[in-house]
Design a protein around this ligand. Structure first.
Ligand code: PBG
Length: 333
């Protein structure tokens, strides 16, 4: 397309930026509470909100507190929350069997939240790392992460979560073939309405560090996740990963991390037109929050700017630890 814009001085780009009402009028993107998914961490116990040092402002909730927090989120209009467990280290085993215990912390959290706040969507992470004594997302044999054995385990994990009332199953493990297998397992169990949001393009990232503190897998992790999570250098491969997950039945796809990967978000939305999400991960949160706490940047401004950038890149929504702060600000206007 040849640009029909006449040159300066006929065209003055600043004309459309002159006043607040004009800037509102020509805004291409508007961040709304409907775009937010709030990840929360849960822990055993009662009436506790336990701070996570590497994520200032983020806490682990006991189930009673989680239900109250989700009620607040629902009141602000946040459509969905995502649940992650801090698992008691004594429950972690090499086969990660706690993952498919129908009474594990996550399943109890889902039941408590769906009972207390049924109008808020609940999404559950599917991966073995919170339950695995090796800290890996899959079952480890020697120094290999087994693919097909892990997929069977992930199906069992998905089924207990769905039976507990989870609305959206979100596999974050990056094993091959797991979306198709989980879809079939859910359908065979009569749970065809349970949706799948696939962590379709997930990169082996240093930005997950604070999350691993939050779920208590930092010390446990042996080695790295590079044989299943993607090389941050690869964009074409991300498109192939997403294509496979869509072909296997994913209802929504996700790119993760978020801010350093906005090019991937754009390419995925452009290529497939699927409901596309991005995960503004723990390290991104820690950077922004840490700099703001040090007085180096303004928290509210930079946070809303970062969240809006996901929309501009084509995302339909964002998982973000800022979600509750952002929702409060958006509501206040
Ligand atoms: C586990 C999982 C991770 C995150 C979400 N699910 C960490 C990892 O893969 O090591 C990261 C989220 C974040 O950093 O906020 N499969």
């Amino acid at each position: 397309m040849t640009d029909p814009t006449p040159s300066f001085p006929t065209t003055r780009m600043r004309r459309n930026r002159r006043t607040p009402w004009l800037r509102r009028l020509v805004a291409e993107q508007v961040l709304s509470v409907d775009d937010l998914i709030w990840p929360i961490f849960v822990i055993e116990g009662k009436a506790k909100r336990e701070p996570i040092p590497s994520m200032p402002g983020v806490v682990r909730y006991t189930l009673d507190e989680a239900a109250a927090a989700v009620e607040e989120a629902g009141g602000l209009g946040i459509p969905m929350i995502a649940l992650f467990p801090y698992t008691d280290p004594t429950l972690k085993t090499p086969d990660a069997r706690e993952a498919w215990n129908e009474d594990n912390l996550i399943c109890r959290a889902v039941r408590a939240i769906k009972k207390g706040v049924p109008e808020v969507g609940v999404m559950c992470d599917v991966a073995l790392d919170p339950f695995n004594s090796d800290g890996h997302d899959g079952i480890v044999k020697g120094c290999i992460i087994l693919n097909d054995e892990t997929v069977d385990a992930l199906c069992r994990q998905s089924l207990v979560q769905a039976e507990a009332g989870c609305d959206v199953i979100a596999p974050s493990d990056m094993m091959d073939g797991r979306i198709g297998a989980i879809r079939k397992a859910l359908d065979d169990a009569g749970m065809a309405d349970v949706a799948i949001m696939s962590y379709a393009a997930k990169f082996a990232s240093g930005f997950y560090g604070p999350f691993r503190d939050a779920v208590g897998s930092t010390g446990a992790l042996k080695g790295d996740k590079k044989t299943y999570q993607m090389n941050p250098a690869n964009g074409d491969e991300a498109i192939r990963e997403v294509a496979l997950d869509i072909a296997e039945g994913a209802d929504m796809v996700m790119v993760k991390p978020g801010l350093p990967y906005l090019d991937i978000v754009w390419r995925v939305k452009d290529a497939f037109g699927m409901p596309t999400f991005a995960y503004n991960v723990s390290g991104e949160y820690a950077m922004l929050r840490g700099a703001a706490d040090a007085g180096w940047i303004e928290y509210e401004k930079t946070m809303l700017e970062a969240l809006t950038s996901f929309k501009r890149a084509g995302a339909d929504g964002v998982l973000s630890y800022h979600a509750i702060d952002a929702a409060r600000l958006l509501k206040a206007g």
